[in-house]
Design a protein around this ligand. Sequence first.
Ligand code: FAD
Ligand code: SF4
Length: 811
Amino acid sequence: MRQKLVLIGNGMAGMRTVEELLKQDSDLYEITVFGDEPHGNYNRILLSPLLSGEKSLDDIMLNRTEWYAQNGITLNTGKRIESIDRKRRVVIASDGAETPYDRLILATGSRPFVIPIPGKDLPGVISFRDIHDVEAMLESSRTGKHAVVIGGGLLGLEAANGLMKQGMDVTVVHLLDTLMERQLDKPAATLLKASLEARGLRFLMQARTEAFVGEDRVTAVRFEDGHEVPADLVVMAVGIRPNTELATRAGLYCERGVVVDDTLQTYDPRIYAVGECVQHRGETYGLVAPLFEQARVCANHLAQYGIARYEGSVTSTKLKVTGIDLFSAGDFSGGDGAEEIVMQDAAGGVYKKLVLRDNRIEGAVLYGDTVEGAWYFQLMREETDISDFRDRILFGRHHLGDSGHGGQNQAVLMANDAQVCDCNGVCKGDIVNAITQKGLFTLDDVKTHTKASASCGSCTGLVEQILASTLGGDYESPEHKPMCKCIDLTHDQVRAAIRDQHLKSVRSAMDFMEWKTPDGCAACRPALNYYLISTWPEEAADEYQSRFINERAHANIQKDGTYSVVPRIFGGETSPAQLRALAEVAEKYDVPTVKITGGQRIDMLGLRKEQLPGIWGDLAAAGFVSGHAYGKAMRTVKTCVGSQWCRFGVQDSTRMGIELEKLTWGSWTPHKFKLAVSGCPRNCAEATIKDFGVVAIDSGWELHVGGNGGVKVRATDLLCRVETETEVLEYCGAFMQVYREEARYLERTAPWVERVGLSYVKQRVVEDEIGRKALFRRFLDSQEIYQFDPWEQRARGVDEHEFTVMRQVGG
Ligand SMILES: Cc1cc2nc3c(=O)[nH]c(=O)nc-3n(C[C@H](O)[C@H](O)[C@H](O)COP(=O)(O)OP(=O)(O)OC[C@H]3O[C@@H](n4cnc5c(N)ncnc54)[C@H](O)[C@@H]3O)c2cc1C
Ligand code: SF4
């Protein structure tokens, strides 16, 4: 018999827990949900756009009542749970009905704080919490003219903006002299106030409310100095308190909120609590991102996996008032030992402040230009050392060239039909619709539903911006997200487990980490396989089934289903004999297109899969090996003619390129990896947009890292200068090895260098000589195992089934 799970609170955190649980195990529990609101589950964040008329009720529903039925969940709407009998393990509803539970989740949210002053119970005095409140506000806006909002925080301003949009004359009353004092410093708050005033809002700052005046209904607000402001509607938005009533009555330990541990269990282990009603490690939260993190961990435990832990969250805020860009995160108050970087353009309406401690971001306030908010937030959460780009940090993510997006990276300004994901042809409008209609919150959700950012990933930043600007509030940063839906651990945690537990096969890794799906998915299998072979090159078996089609077929699949074959041409230098051999093979197989690639090689396009082993055999016989043009691997070393032929060349770049390619070919990397060598600083081989670039100088060689010529062009960072060719090879191998060992799968060197910081890379590869030599040694050891020609093997019959045509059945 299935266990009984009861959820009290049909809101955002509770239902998210249930959704996560269904994803992990839909059969374990018989689920019953109680909600005292008369609706299915809706997106509370979007109440502000509902009030302002930018969204309809339909737009904000997350799960309709049919959804509950389809998932076998018993939903009780409009039903309040009055008490919990923990001894008998039953919950008791307001109508006296009892429902038994084996496990119980409390997700009762918060209650708006009501200032205890005369007139607080008059009709027309309301708070801003649920659909009912919005309906009351809309009703008042139809009949009344004057609205007073008490509280100049996030919620108060959103309410005021919405009511103004509904045609009311709105006054915001705030106790302090700055708006949103918990999120903004004075300069930003001043800009915000000016901008809201220009739109028509009125403010009464440092004003103490004494009473709400009226007989049958509120008519005015009176202040301590005796003056009155007319009011047909008063909205109180002065804060929230965790709703702990039920928990306290049930004898559960509560302080400000229901106290839970890192597994979201209360003092009664059968009872979990998630959401705004919770107090975890002394903190309570009033934004969805942390609540969703809690939901995931809670679901993991309910599904009996038991490995996830919730360790608290750092939050960020955005104001959802269309046309006002405001972002705030962390602690921006500064204080001892903190430094500030500030940019202020009052006339242009732009203000940016970062608070740093030990070169790490501690807080951020952005007004007027919030494009980089998500990036600063990520740097803050990851505690990245920003000293390498401190001088440029306020000007934005300097590596983003945004080619292909017309230089426009402000998601907010993009037209709905502007294409965001070029790989999958997804427009901004598709993404916004999916987010609002399907109730998406995370990058992964958007990937699954729209395919945006699901291929090359270069539009990820843009998709995140769209998420942030559409949701207004916070959304989950992918960096702290689980590797995929099959596991709650992050890439880094999975990798650490492989290392620490000496796991050597996909199966043993999945078993040890309690994978939630029996065989993983297309996202985790290739990543796991890569982590295994890069951690234990001598011991882990490379799994054929865990590779993408290109790597399984050792050739690049093209849009018509045929394959292309690119033999390696070391350093781009060829000979008449090689060219003749290639021409003969191309003629023999009737290759439709022969093309010189951007990486100085020759591509033979249009081959059928079953032709591949034959062509590879002939190429091997002519002395060629695979160019790995299909793999998350070292691809190519581009060179110029250098001192051998060029009048300007100061070193022999072609020979250097050949040496580098001989050293590195055949190595698997987290993503594709490209090199180039230029014979002088004129840089004809474009070495400064490669993962590893070498530029010859009079005294030796300049080594560059982290370049990328893709959709987001990024120029390299200078790693160091060296004198000898031997050093170039050693530094290159060491750099590749630290990237191979530490970057996340599908993370190119550009974002990896950004994430870990150039100083870190320099420390590992340049400053620590012993460490560098050890890295290089590990690189060479791994090459001894992996530097073989997969084509030659396949031509001999390895994985033959992959290239055998399936027999056609029937006509
Ligand atoms: C207008 C508004 C705008 C917001 N904007 C943002 C934003 O931009 N970004 C952001 O991150 N967050 C925002 N928030 C906050 C966010 O909505 C909350 O953090 C989130 O909804 C809390 O989720 P929860 O499940 O803990 O509580 P809720 O979503 O409030 O759900 C709790 C539910 O439990 C029900 N309940 C309580 N007691 C009982 C009982 N005894 N029996 C049955 N049912 C019960 C309540 O009626 C409620 O439906 C906003 C909130 C509001 C009100
Ligand atoms: S980079 Fe310098 S050496 Fe190489 S081709 Fe250009 S000018 Fe000549």
